[in-house]
Ligand binder design. Structure first.
Ligand code: FAD
Ligand code: EPU
Length: 302
């Protein structure tokens, strides 16, 4: 799909590029190009961009670190907004103010250095602060919602708005923030000793490195855990480890990771996800639901 830069207000045009390959901007290294990729330089740019997309009826896709995304081989027929330029982090006492494009790992390090306790639980999770809020990223040690005080976002009506924690619905790997564009987060932690906090973050990172295939291209866990169960364990018990379609393979290290061994396409990953769903359904009678976000939206079975 070709989109003209003219759909954007003149001020935003220098921040936009057409036909940008998205694969290098994702941890899966898979997928086609964005019709237009825009990198706003201010919060105001984000709301102006949303307004322009609404006015012209062009769909908008929000890109963080691309660590939970499967982009279709045909690419994305719309505007992709990347928050990569908005990455300031400020720590004031036990409060942390982070722009959405800030790296989550940098946030964890800054918290440890400043003696802010809590977000160390997120050590080892790739991506950005905005993506972590949209997905409510976390694991057995906690999830980002645990430290949210408030969030500034551009809401679905295109308005810059501040939301208190209680105005946001966070669930398991989901939040209502996915309906708009998060631009800034205010987090609040406890008080800790910097060396101890850094050691805790290192331990949690080591735990993840020992269990998950970090040296390979993936988008993290492909499926959500069904209530009270581990999808990885179900996939493993169903004999799916090592199963492959083209360059896509179920990790031999962790059953819930699908890895791109080098040349995988999005359609191969989707076909493999469908096979895994079928085998787990047959073996355990459980339907696995994707955790990875698929652009443009499409079910693995489609
Ligand atoms: P993206 O992948 O860029 O986007 C994900 C979704 O969030 C998309 O729907 C996107 O539109 C939306 N989004 C992104 N930014 C914004 C924004 N500013 N405003 C509104 N919506 C936005 N996840 C866990 O929860 N726990 C883990 O332990 C974990 N381990 C992982 C390990 C590996 C090796 C990998 C590759 C991934 C892992 N993940 C894990 C998945 C992923 O890192 C998280 O979901 C992460 O929070 C996604 O952030 P991102 O910035 O990369 O978002
Ligand atoms: N297991 C197996 N075989 C496997 C994988 C796991 O038997 O192939 C077993 C493990 O031995 C363990 C249990 O299943 O007894 C749970 O495994 P693990 O501790 O790896 O946790 P998980 O439930 O598979 C969840 C999150 C991860 C997060 C970890 C650690 C989901 C879908 N996954 O994994 O998040 O890192 O806990 O906190 O919620 C992600 O969301 O992308 C992600 C990686």
């Amino acid at each position: 799909m070709n989109l003209s830069l003219n759909l954007l207000p003149p001020r935003l045009r220098p921040l936009a590029r057409a036909g940008v390959p998205l694969a290098p901007l994702t941890t899966f290294r898979i997928g086609g190009a964005a019709a237009l990729l825009v990198e706003p330089a201010s919060l105001r740019d984000v709301s102006d961009l949303l307004a322009a997309c609404r006015a012209s009826g062009v769909p908008l896709f929000v890109l963080g670190g691309g660590s939970n995304l499967l982009v279709s081989d045909e690419g994305v027929p719309g505007v992709v907004v990347s928050l990569a330029r908005l990455k300031k982090i400020q720590v004031i006492g036990s409060h942390v103010i982070a722009q959405a494009g800030a790296n989550l790992a940098t946030l964890v390090t800054r918290c440890s250095q400043a003696g802010v306790a809590g977000p160390q639980a997120l050590a080892g999770i790739p991506g950005t602060v905005g993506g972590a809020l949209a997905m409510n990223a976390g694991g057995r040690h906690g999830e980002i919602a645990d430290w949210v005080e408030r969030v500034i976002w551009v809401n679905p009506r295109g308005e810059l708005e501040s939301l208190y924690r209680e105005e946001i619905a966070f669930g398991y790997r989901s939040s209502t923030l996915r309906e708009g564009v998060v631009v800034e987060a205010w987090l609040h932690g406890g008080v800790g000793e910097p060396a101890e906090l850094a050691a805790r973050a290192r331990t949690i990172l080591q735990e993840k490195l020992a269990a998950q295939p970090y040296s390979e291209f993936s988008a993290g866990c492909a499926f959500q855990n069904p209530k009270g169960m581990s999808a990885g364990r179900l996939i493993d018990l169903a004999g799916c480890k090592g199963l492959g379609v083209g360059g896509a393979q179920v990790s031999t290290m962790h059953g819930n990771f699908i890895v791109n061994t080098g040349s995988a396409t999005a359609s191969q990953v989707l076909e493999l996800m469908r096979m895994v769903q079928e085998r787990v359904q047959a073996a355990h009678g459980v339907r696995l639901e994707p955790e990875v976000r698929i652009w443009p939206a499409c079910a693995p079975a489609a």
